[in-house]
Design a protein around this ligand. Structure first.
Ligand SMILES: *[C@@H]1O[C@H](CO)[C@@H](O)[C@H](O)[C@H]1NC(C)=O
Ligand SMILES: *[C@@H]1O[C@H](CO)[C@@H](O)[C@H](O)[C@H]1NC(C)=O
Length: 513
């Protein structure tokens, strides 16, 4: 278990405006990780989990904490101090051809969106805050295939078979190929991890992993045996109608994490999720409710409806600095002492087999720290054939060519949740020298816009660079008609960054024209 502060290099600051939308939301940044380790208090309470997670949120996360334990956390790695919920997902690793696995750099922590969609069957109905003690999971770690059209057929044509809970949950995953110089892909457009060749060629800013949680609740159970069946997806995954018996609409929770896959461009090997999944179909995540109280969260749901989605526009939220977010970690768990989940010379930590599917993955034994030491004698008994074959045989994933978020497959938000429709590419200004500055500053749109330049289409564009602590932040403001987006530029372009745990500062100053 390692608190890997150094991994956050450059932060994607994403501001979006859902133009013309009546649906409110807020976007909660969780810049810090509270930790990394084989822990999952929902799936494996009291036990070492069979794969590694990256964890964000309240500091009372541990091997067997309950949601209520989180409320008493000393701190949170998210921006709103009244929220000590826990949010966790499997990280992405790069498995080198020689068998060494290293965790891919996670860029900017996590964004947890609270989307306030009402039930389409009851559009004027209310949204009910998560009750105290609530927890749930989304996704299935053992899934390795997808039996529906690729890409998704238009939502209006989804048949009953394409709207089963199983189908909806498989469509609730997204692998968004990031290239900030191009039009954005739609959120939840691609439900699998593209292969390495595709990532190298197209995803210059890495890949964004997206996960939509079910938002229809049975109104009574805070959990269920499988941690899923007390909730259900609405029939369009994100929006739509809740099924019978699940008429209580919760906030729609959506996770985003960004992984710097482009740092491995040209390097031989393959990407794989920590549970031994090179396909991505088994991506998943967990949530434990740790807001101060359900009552407080309900007030936020009722009050924080500014269409900007910015937590700053909600008067109820106490917002802490990013440095404070970064400082929050959960306590070392003794069962995992000495484990290094960031790098491992003999495949995934710890002995997680790669299962490429398409069949449903099997369970495998959990290696406990007492059983062996990582990289020690026992690891060498792991068959090299297993590693060699998995590294050389790429997972079977379909190819899916790039489609911008403005196509007909997107929902009414155009480019998905993160970006509304934009038509322009950006121009990078020569403001990179600002990176050298040690000053910690808060970027405001006004300050950034003073550096505005205009691109060929006449759009106002600005970049802003600043540092907080040891991080270099790049922020870009792009103004296109009614849409304001801000994204980090070229976060994945620094080829030299391969060393996990090393801090980097980057200066770039190549104007695009
Ligand atoms: C495997 O290759 C990577 C990348 O070149 C290197 O960092 C790592 O040390 C190598 N592992 C072993 C066991 O030689
Ligand atoms: C919504 O937020 C914007 C700033 O992002 C602010 O200018 C505006 O006044 C807010 N609207 C309301 C109703 O609070």
């Amino acid at each position: 278990m390692v608190k890997n502060k150094a991994s956050a290099l450059s932060l994607a600051v994403s501001a979006l405006s859902l133009a013309g939308s009546a649906d409110a939301f807020w976007r909660l940044p969780c810049r810090g990780r509270t930790g990394v380790g084989r822990l999952d208090p929902i799936m494996d309470p009291g036990k070492v989990s069979d794969h590694v997670h990256v964890v964000h949120g309240g500091s009372n996360f541990g091997i067997d904490n309950t949601p209520q334990d989180l409320v008493d956390s000393d701190c949170t790695s998210c921006a709103v101090t009244q929220d000590k919920s826990a949010y966790w997902t499997p990280p992405l690793y790069f498995l080198h051809a020689n068998g060494t696995a290293e965790m891919v750099e996670q860029v900017g922590g996590m964004l947890a969106y609270y989307l306030l969609y009402t039930d389409a069957a009851n559009p004027n109905g209310k949204i009910t805050a998560f009750p105290e003690g609530f927890q749930m999971i989304a996704g299935d770690k053992r899934q390795r295939s997808f039996a529906y059209p690729i890409p998704d057929n238009d939502k209006s044509t989804w048949t009953a078979d394409q709207k089963t809970q199983n189908a909806l949950s498989q469509k609730a995953l997204g692998f968004n190929c990031l290239n900030y110089a191009a039009n954005p892909e739609a959120s939840l457009y691609r439900h699998f991890l593209p292969d390495k060749e595709y990532l190298d060629a197209n995803c210059l800013d890495g890949i964004r992993l997206e996960l939509m949680f079910p938002s229809c609740w049975n109104g009574k159970d805070v959990d269920s045996d499988d941690h899923k069946s007390h909730v259900a997806f609405p029939d369009l995954v994100m929006s739509g109608s809740c099924p019978e018996g699940f008429g209580t609409k919760l906030p729609s929770l959506f996770f985003e994490t960004i992984w710097n896959t482009y740092a491995f461009k040209g390097v031989d090997g393959q990407f794989v999720l920590s549970q031994g999944d090179p396909t991505g179909y088994g991506y998943h995540g967990d949530f434990q409710m740790g807001w101060d109280s359900s009552e407080f969260l309900q007030s936020a749901v009722d009050t924080c409806t500014n269409a900007s989605g910015q937590i700053e526009d909600c008067p109820l939220f106490n917002i802490q600095t990013e440095a404070q977010e970064q400082q929050c970690s959960f306590k070392e768990v003794s069962a995992l002492m000495g484990e290094n989940p960031l790098v491992c010379d003999s495949g995934l930590p710890l002995d997680v087999p790669i299962q490429s599917g398409p069949s449903y993955a099997t369970n495998y034994p959990v290696v406990l720290p007492g059983d062996k030491t990582q990289g020690g004698a026992a690891s060498s008994t792991k068959t090299s054939a297993q590693i060699t074959s998995s590294a050389s045989a790429s997972a079977v994933v379909p190819t899916l060519s790039y489609t911008p978020g403005t196509s007909s497959i997107t929902d009414k938000y155009g480019g998905g949740i993160l970006l509304a429709n934009t038509a322009s590419s950006y121009v990078q200004t020569e403001s990179a020298s600002a990176v050298q500055s040690e000053s910690t500053s808060t970027v405001t749109a006004a300050a950034s816009l003073s550096e505005a330049v205009t691109d060929a289409d006449g759009n106002i564009i600005a970049t802003s660079w600043y540092t907080t602590g040891n991080q270099v932040m790049e922020m870009m403001i792009e103004q296109v008609d009614v849409t304001v987006t801000a994204t980090a530029v070229e976060t994945a372009n620094a080829h030299a960054r391969r060393h996990i745990g090393k801090e980097h500062r980057r200066v770039r100053g190549h104007p695009r024209r």
